[in-house]
Every structure is written in C-alpha cells, then in structure tokens.
Design a protein around this ligand. Structure first.
Ligand code: HEC
Length: 170
C-alpha cells in the first residue's frame, strides 16, 4: 500500500513538473519546480513509513514463545549445518564444542573430558527445550563468558527446528 502511494505521488510530481514545464515555456521556472517537487515527495514518505514498519516488526519478534512454534526436524537438520563447524551429534565425539548427542534434557557442562569454560560449567542450567530456545538466540547473553563463538539464531522458527532435530538424537 505504501509503495503504491509513493508511486502515485512520484507520478503525480512528474506529471506536475511536466505540466509546468509544458506551460511555462521558459526553461528556468520549470527546473526550479522540478527540484522542489522531487525533494518534497521522498521526504514525506519515510516519515509515514518508518513508525509503521518498526512497530510491526519489533514486538512480533520479541513475543514469539517456544510453545507457539512447531519444530520441523528435517528443516532443523539444515539449520544444524551452522553448528557443524564445531559440533557433531555422535555420542562421545567432541570437537571445538562438545557432542550434542542427547543434549536435550542434560545438565550444562556435563560432558566428561570436554574443557568447558567456567561460565558454561558453572551455569547451573539444564538444556530443556525452552532453555535451548533462549540460549540459541544469543549464547553470550544467556552464558556471558561462554567459549561458544556463535552469534545465535535470530529466527525463532530456526531455533524450534534445530531443537526438533536435536531431540531425534537422544
Ligand atoms: C564456533 C563454534 C561453535 C558453533 C558454530 C556452535 N557452537 Fe555450540 N558450543 C561451542 C563451544 C566451544 C561450546 C562450549 C562452551 C563453553 O564451554 O563455554 C558450545 C556449547 C554448546 C552447548 C552447551 C553444551 C553443554 O554440554 O553444556 C549447546 C547446547 C550448543 N553449544 C549448541 C549449539 C548449536 C545448536 C549450534 C548451532 C545452532 C552451535 N552450538 C554452534 C562452539 C560452537
């Protein structure tokens, strides 16, 4: 709708300029009108557009609860490609990060022989689905000082999907 509005306005401006140019006869007034009209139109548009766009996007992102989502394990396997640089889902195989076999429901920092950060080791967290959903959005926020150098999965559906995939590796 906004895009159409903008287009209509721009077309109107162009039509106006063309009309003025056609009627004015002289080059000078036409050029002056041209600059003024074109500057006015785009200046108005972002003002109308910006508040609507931010209001719509921000709360929607913040209020998505894990319970409201249905994870898809097949899609989650594709999301897991982002974790593979550091994790595998085979039991007992630690890479840069610990094995994520049976991670759902286990206590944070509990893989024997993996050198966790004190922050992760002592977090006292249990990797419930809800906890993973929160953690994976921004790991450094949930566990400040974690060794996991991963910015996080901003898309809630991606998190739900990767959790569904990890549940199949119990
Ligand atoms: C750049 C490497 C890297 C990437 C990419 C990465 N991780 Fe990690 N992850 C780590 C490291 C290292 C740790 C150990 C953190 C610590 O000890 O502070 C860890 C820890 C974890 C833990 C806690 C495990 C435990 O036993 O407490 C979970 C859960 C986890 N990662 C899930 C994921 C998922 C899911 C992804 C992909 C969306 C991912 N990680 C991507 C490196 C990574």
């Amino acid at each position: 709708m906004i895009a159409t509005n903008t287009l209509v306005r721009l077309l109107a401006s162009v039509a106006l300029v063309t009309t003025v140019a056609a009627c004015g006869g002289s080059d000078k007034p036409a050029e002056t009108t041209d600059t003024t009209t074109i500057e006015t139109a785009p200046a108005e548009v972002p003002a109308a557009e910006t508040p609507a766009a931010t209001e719509a996007a921000a709360p929607a992102e913040a209020t998505v609860s894990y319970a409201s989502l249905t994870g898809d394990a097949a899609k989650g396997e594709r999301v897991f490609a982002q974790c593979k640089a550091c994790h595998v889902v085979e039991a007992g195989v630690n890479r840069v990060g610990p094995s994520l076999a049976a991670v759902v429901g286990r206590t944070a920092g509990s893989i024997e022989g993996f050198k966790y950060s004190p922050a992760n080791k002592n977090s006292g967290l249990v990797w419930t689905e809800e906890q993973l959903f929160t953690y994976l959005e921004a790991p450094q926020k949930t566990i400040p000082g974690t060794y996991m150098a991963f910015a996080g999965l901003k898309n809630p559906q991606d998190r739900a999907d990767v959790i569904a995939f990890l549940k199949t590796k119990a």
